[in-house]
Design a protein around this ligand. Structure first.
Ligand code: SF4
Length: 365
């Protein structure tokens, strides 16, 4: 029997209306936008604060991070950068688990976020009580969790992984003869299981953005654009992954876009990625993978509503008022650090350290 079916109590928790709705930010007009950018740059410089932005946030916040000596990165590099940075205050433009990870790794630092309510469907769909309850049925399994989880879940885990190192870490555990209890993303878990052949029990959570990519429509698009390379993030459904030329993390997608000589790419990940893809590859064409059926009346925007809660206005306010500070419960702080450090040590064997003002893998921006 498929082991995914056996663990039916791992069904994702239904989000309440309050949790499911995110705020839609108003774009400032051009004059205000420029004023905010200049003011933010001054504060960051004067107060020696570094901006750590994820690839999915607004292009202005990505550009500001690069221009001020911070970083734009995936969650693994964000964590590593925050830990190695000498700045005593970091402002994290991303979602809550990214701010929490920075705090866990550097409890002495002040970690600010533009909006503390920016969350993630994977984190929300894996409450710690349910995680403990489910994992207790598999006492011999190694608990491996995606970075997109709360500090509390991490504190009850053996390993934390990101999509850029998950396959390698699970292969390592498989070679040690370990079985794995995986949470929370079912698509990423299934992908890792197929890639490694590891014995894995999968939690059934999903990312509300990547879950929307459609395989049939992607197949049609590939026929219309036979020269295009298809780049897919492994949080996407398996039928979409099966159509990919490259499956990988946001960093792997950027690397592939730079290295393939092709001029056209179809991209199945959050549309926030388009900014770096286009900036780094002028002249190449990037097309969003389909998120609706041919006769659909609804179409996903392929943009994370929680990532979209990071804007210039609330970034400015968090810097001026020092509000939006991440606090991690003392109960979890030390325990959650262990599986994250395990990941960083494992991955540092194969990757260098990212310096300020850089985009990982491409040098100074
Ligand atoms: S894009 Fe998906 S996985 Fe990433 S933060 Fe948003 S909901 Fe979570």
């Amino acid at each position: 029997m498929d082991r995914q079916v056996k663990v039916d109590y791992h069904n994702p928790v239904k989000l309440s209306t309050e949790q499911a709705w995110a705020k839609v930010l108003e774009e400032p007009d051009q004059v205000r936008r420029q004023w905010l950018k200049d003011a933010i740059k001054s504060i960051l410089k004067e107060q020696n604060i570094l901006l750590v932005s994820h690839y999915y946030v607004h292009p202005d916040l990505q550009d500001l991070a690069i221009e001020t000596g911070g970083i734009v990165a995936d969650s693994l590099e964000m964590a590593r950068f925050g830990k190695n940075s000498s700045a005593q205050t970091l402002v994290v433009a991303g979602v809550k688990f990214m701010g929490e990870t920075a705090k866990i790794l550097s409890p002495e630092k002040t970690i600010l976020m533009p909006d503390l309510e920016a969350n993630c469907s994977l984190d929300l769909g894996c409450p710690v009580e349910s995680f403990i309850d489910a994992s207790q049925h598999y006492p011999e399994h190694v608990k491996v969790v995606y970075a997109n989880t709360s500090a509390a879940v991490k504190a009850h885990s053996d390993w934390v992984v990101t999509s850029s190192c998950a396959v390698d870490i699970v292969k390592h555990l498989r070679d040690l003869g370990k079985s794995i209890f995986w949470a929370p993303d079912k698509h990423l878990g299934n992908y890792i299981k197929n890639e490694t052949g590891a014995d894995m029990v999968l939690w059934q959570g999903s990312c509300i953005v990547h879950d929307e990519f459609k395989a049939f429509e992607l197949e049609q698009l590939k026929k219309e654009r036979p020269q295009a390379i298809v780049l897919v993030h492994p949080e996407s459904p398996s039928a979409v992954i099966a159509l990919a030329d490259v499956v990988g993390s946001t960093s792997a997608i950027l690397k592939a876009a730079r290295e393939f000589p092709n001029q056209e790419f179809i991209v199945a990940t959050d549309s926030g990625m388009m900014h770096q893809l286009r900036t780094q590859n002028p002249g190449k064409i990037f097309i969003e993978a389909p998120t609706s059926g041919a006769s659909a009346t609804c179409k996903s925007c392929a943009h994370c509503p929680w990532m979209a809660m990071n804007g210039l206005e609330n970034l400015y306010r968090s810097l001026v008022e020092k509000r939006g500070e991440i606090v991690v419960d003392e109960t979890y702080l030390a325990k959650a650090k262990i599986p994250i450090e395990r990941m960083l040590q494992f991955t540092s064997r194969s990757s260098g350290t990212t310096k300020p003002g850089m985009v990982p893998g491409i040098g100074a921006a």
